[in-house]
Design a binder for this molecule. Structure first.
Ligand code: UT7
Length: 323
């Protein structure tokens, strides 16, 4: 029986024009560039303009990914969009992206797994493509976390930023070079749901709410969860820290990324870092980092790329992709 693989055809991203630096934040709350850089590695982040919504960011990123793939919106029959900051409670932000791109066939829906959302979306799209139900999928991570930050809370407002990234995945039968999504591993454990959450919601408060986090608690769990799920990916494929070309982790905190790489024995030069420039953009952080490393020529066709994320829920996930 011939097998279908989900192969990356293109990648693109978009960042809002406005940058908010650590120095800017030090004017707003009791913090400093030194504290933020030392504890997180973040130097600056992008913030969406007034009226610029998550689907606007996503549409820009999707167009960039389509251009990179040499495809048009008409070629897409599935959109899976990961976000925790949708334009509205409903309809799904994905249908605004679909309409914005002028696509009237196929399906589009949102997926919510907070910072792990992109890897969950990639795995979901991969499974749909492998069944033969759809041909080409836009997998998007797009966020406007600036809208759910309490800008008076220095423990959270310095950490996050806005942005979007997108991949075009194509179902390819009998892929000869071994390209495509090789494996994905998704986990969640709702016992930790109060360690990183938004204190409002449609059914609970009829409001949007603000992000709340027990940062130290999240940090305490992060490295173990990340490394566990990466070991699962290595065991499923026979790959290892030595055989991967690039490690593209969720960009929450430089210290978490470095500690995970050390624990797994991944060489520092294989680690793609964008947290310094983007902050934590939740579901958008991995495709933003992929787009950056693809655009500057680091990630090339045939490279083995390891993705991982961990976030609210807790959720955590890994994927191995032969680019
Ligand atoms: O993407 C989803 C996953 N999220 C994460 O991965 C985030 C995980 N957590 C973290 O990245 C870190 O825990 C933080 C960056 C949030 C905090 O770093 P930390 O080293 O865990 O610091 P801490 O929370 O233990 O706080 C240390 C001190 C505290 O003061 P005291 O109690 O020692 O006097 C805080 O009040 O730093 C203080 N502090 C700040 N100082 C200056 C907290 N935020 C700030 C700030 N500026 N912005």
């Amino acid at each position: 029986m011939s097998a279908i693989r989900s192969v990356v055809r293109g990648v693109g991203s978009y960042l809002p024009a406005r940058c908010l630096t650590n120095a800017d934040l030090a004017q707003m709350v009791d913090t400093s560039d030194e504290w933020i850089v030392q504890r997180t590695g973040i130097r600056t982040r992008h913030i969406a303009a007034e009226g610029e919504v998550t689907s606007d960011l996503a549409i820009h990123a999707a167009r960039a990914a389509l251009a990179d793939a040499g495809l048009t919106p008409d070629d897409i029959d599935l959109i899976v969009l990961a976000t925790s900051t949708p334009d509205n409670t409903f309809p799904a932000t994905a249908v605004s992206v679909q309409a914005g791109l002028g696509i009237t066939h196929g399906a589009a829906f949102d997926l919510q797994a907070v910072c792990s959302g992109f890897v969950f979306a990639l795995a979901t799209a991969d499974n749909f493509l492998k069944t033969g139900a759809y041909r080409r999928c836009l997998v998007i991570g797009a966020e406007t976390f600036s809208r759910i930050l309490d800008w008076s809370d220095r423990t959270t407002c310095v950490l996050f930023g806005d942005g979007a990234g997108a991949l075009v995945l194509e179902a390819v039968r009998d892929e000869e070079e071994g390209r495509g999504v090789l494996t994905s591993h998704l986990r969640s454990d709702g016992r930790h749901k109060n360690k990183l959450y938004v204190d409002g919601g449609v059914s609970s408060t009829r409001s949007v709410g603000f992000l709340r986090m027990e940062g130290r608690e999240v940090f305490r769990h992060a490295v173990g969860m990340i490394t566990d799920v990466i070991v699962d990916a290595f065991e499923a494929t026979g790959e290892s820290a030595d055989t991967i070309d690039w490690f593209v982790p969720h960009q929450a905190n430089r210290r978490i990324i470095d500690a995970s790489a050390v624990k797994l024995g991944i060489a520092p030069e294989k680690v793609v870092i964008t947290v310094d420039q983007h902050g934590n953009t939740s579901a958008a952080s991995i495709p933003l980092a992929l787009a950056a490393a693809h655009a500057d020529g680091r990630i090339k066709r045939g490279d083995l790329v390891l993705l991982e994320a961990m976030g609210g829920g807790f959720t955590w996930a890994s994927a191995l992709v032969r680019w």
